[in-house]
Design a protein. Structure first.
Length: 254
């Protein structure tokens, strides 16, 4: 009987341990879920805030208002209050109504050049894009993007035009056609509308101008891509993983 009693006691002990482990796991999972749904305070623009506006001024005149949003929907760069060290900073570009104020949007006033704030030793370059190539208009000032290019290992002659239905590419190519990362992560300084002209080689109302903060070497790459390539942007989150491709993998062949 003693071995039987010991077996029963051991089984009960294992059951208690298992139940406790499951309860602990469920508790941790519930805590993570609640944390994601927990509301956090962020500052949201109530009206268009011009570039070079001090953060303290925007808060005091009501251009910024504190709102509660779910934590999982808010960028880690979102600002919840204008502290003393942020009050003297200015907006690097226009902040549109409804836009959450992000830390990269605020820079020292001395960095503003010609109405555009350029971080540190960077330079600003602008690339024209059709709406699909600019992530359907979801790219905003303060966004982080990756830049891609499509090219041919043989000869490639192409032209790109924008229409109300989106971008279109026409031309001829030989060899292997590939798409590769040109720059894995770049900060967007400003986004504006391009010319509304129509016709071959012109930009239409469905095109945008995206201004980027880059160093000299990357500026050279962006300029060359603008003049000779087929640029395409991908919108990134702080957790997005992007990098230069290793090896070669073709998309299709002609």
């Amino acid at each position: 009987m003693k071995p039987r009693a010991a077996s029963i006691a051991l089984a009960l002990l294992l059951a208690v341990i298992g139940t406790a482990a499951v309860a602990a796991y469920v508790s941790r999972a519930s805590a993570r879920a609640v944390s994601g749904l927990k509301a956090v305070t962020v500052l949201v623009a109530q009206q268009q805030i011009p570039a070079d506006t001090p953060a303290a001024t925007a808060w005091q005149d009501g251009s910024l208002r504190a709102e509660q949003l779910p934590a999982q929907s808010v960028s880690s760069d979102a600002i919840g209050s204008i502290t003393a060290d942020l009050g003297s900073l200015v907006t690097s570009t226009e902040v549109m109504p409804g836009q959450v104020l992000l830390r990269p949007m605020l820079v020292p006033a001395a960095q503003v050049s010609g109405g555009l704030a350029i971080p540190g030793s960077m330079v600003a370059v602008t690339i024209p894009l059709c709406l699909p190539e600019a992530v359907a208009g979801y790219v905003r000032a303060g966004s982080q993007v990756a830049i891609f290019d499509t090219f041919s290992t043989g000869s490639m002659s192409s032209s790109e035009s924008c229409s109300s239905g989106g971008g279109s590419i026409s031309g001829e190519a030989s060899g292997t056609i590939e798409t590769r990362v040109v720059l894995p992560r770049v900060q967007v300084l400003a986004v504006g509308a391009a010319s509304s002209g129509q016709g071959s080689g012109s930009q239409s109302q469905s095109s945008v101008l995206v201004t980027l903060a880059v160093d000299q070497a990357d500026a050279e790459r962006v300029i060359q891509l603008t003049e000779t390539g087929l640029p395409y942007l991908a919108l990134l989150t702080p957790a997005s993983q992007t990098g230069f491709d290793i090896g070669s993998q073709s998309l299709f062949q002609h």
